[in-house]
Design a protein around this ligand. Structure first.
Ligand SMILES: Cc1ncc(C[n+]2csc(CCOP(=O)(O)OP(=O)(O)O)c2C)c(N)n1
Ligand SMILES: [Mg+2]
Length: 316
């Protein structure tokens, strides 16, 4: 999990640096601070399991096993991206790794995940579908409809809320009258858990329980992972609505140094092993950026390909 978290963080850092310096152009919703959730989820899920995520989902894709170069190519609009560079972060999918859909429509991933779960059951597959979404998404109609349908039909779906305490610029306490997202599960008769979203071990334990339960026919589960978004909503957001002390306190609980310390203190890894792993992850990210920068953009003649089933008959 630490290895995945490192790869996620270094990818985020590199994208922020590249976009910030003008080295490349892209629209990006950073995940820095939320790595532990994605690393634990990706470790718990099998490759054959499905994942649905959002615009803020690069860490989720990396956790699920999507290659970093595929992610960056898509982000930079390159022809070598899995969506031929036409989807970007908001529409990244890599079905070979089980990453089925990303969506920029808040809450829209949940009903799709319920559909994927129903399909698995109809096909007799023991696949679980996990869907990752934010705290803000739990105020949409899609969240409530999907939760209810999944519960009534016992669909093998794990709902993973990454509660980063903000929806764009609005703190969660101004958008919900209940104290937790987890308690919303009770309205649909499904279990709801609330965990420290910066603690990979706690996340691993709870997500394993949820996924095992769902896989063995126990129906859906909601897991609320409480974490924090260190950067702006999207790249370039000044974060002037976020009290400095609140951000500083959250950064004190950065999941990466905390987990690194734990692994060293518990004697799980030696300093040299961690340093080696970090250098290897940095090399993966550097190589991916270099490859993607050199990759071709989609040609103007192919620009409309893959957008519609039959684009010649579209009225535009
Ligand atoms: C249905 C819909 N409403 C509004 C928006 C605009 N919007 C984009 S991201 C966002 C905030 C969502 O917050 P949350 O679900 O907590 O996810 P986070 O961005 O914090 O990961 C909003 C309101 C949208 N994309 N879709
Ligand atoms: Mg949020």
């Amino acid at each position: 999990m630490y290895e995945l978290m490192t790869l996620m963080k270094l990818t985020d850092d590199r994208l922020a640096k590249g976009i910030g310096s003008g080295e490349f152009l892209s629209v990006y919703w950073p995940h820095r601070g939320q790595e532990a959730v994605a690393a634990a989820l990706g470790t718990v899920l099998r490759t054959s399991d499905r994942l649905v995520t959002t615009y803020r989902g690069l860490h989720d894709h990396i956790g699920k096993g999507v290659p970093v170069e595929a992610i960056i190519a898509e982000l930079l609009g390159k022809d070598t991206g899995p969506g031929k560079g036409k989807g970007g972060t908001s529409h990244l999918a890599f079905p070979d790794a089980g990453s089925m859909v990303s969506t920029g429509i808040v809450g829209a991933g949940l009903p799709i995940a319920v559909g994927l779960g129903l399909a698995a059951r109809q096909q007799g597959a023991d696949r679980v579908t996990a869907v990752s979404f934010g705290d803000g998404a739990t105020n949409t109609g899609s969240f409530h409809e999907a939760m209810n349908m999944a519960a009534v039909l016992d669909v093998p779906v794990v709902f993973v809320c990454q509660n980063n305490l903000y929806g764009e610029k609005t703190p969660v306490e101004r958008t919900m009258k209940v104290d937790t997202v987890a308690e919303r599960a009770a309205a649909y008769g499904m279990p709801g858990f609330r965990v420290d979203g910066n603690d990979p071990d706690e996340l691993f334990a709870t997500l394993s329980e949820a996924v095992d339960r769902s896989r063995s026919g126990g129906g859906p589960v909601l897991v609320e992972c409480v974490t924090f978004r260190f950067r702006g909503h999207s790249f370039g957001d000044s974060q002037n609505y976020m009290p400095k002390e609140r951000l500083a306190a959250a950064q004190e609980r950065d999941p990466l140094p905390l987990y690194r310390r734990r692994l060293l203190d518990a004697g799980v890894c030696a300093e040299s092993e961690l340093a080696e792993l970090e250098a290897a992850a940095a090399a993966v990210v550097d190589r991916a950026v270099q490859q993607c920068m050199a990759a071709p953009s989609p040609s103007p003649e192919r620009l409309r390909d893959h957008l519609y089933a039959d684009d010649r008959n579209m009225p535009v």
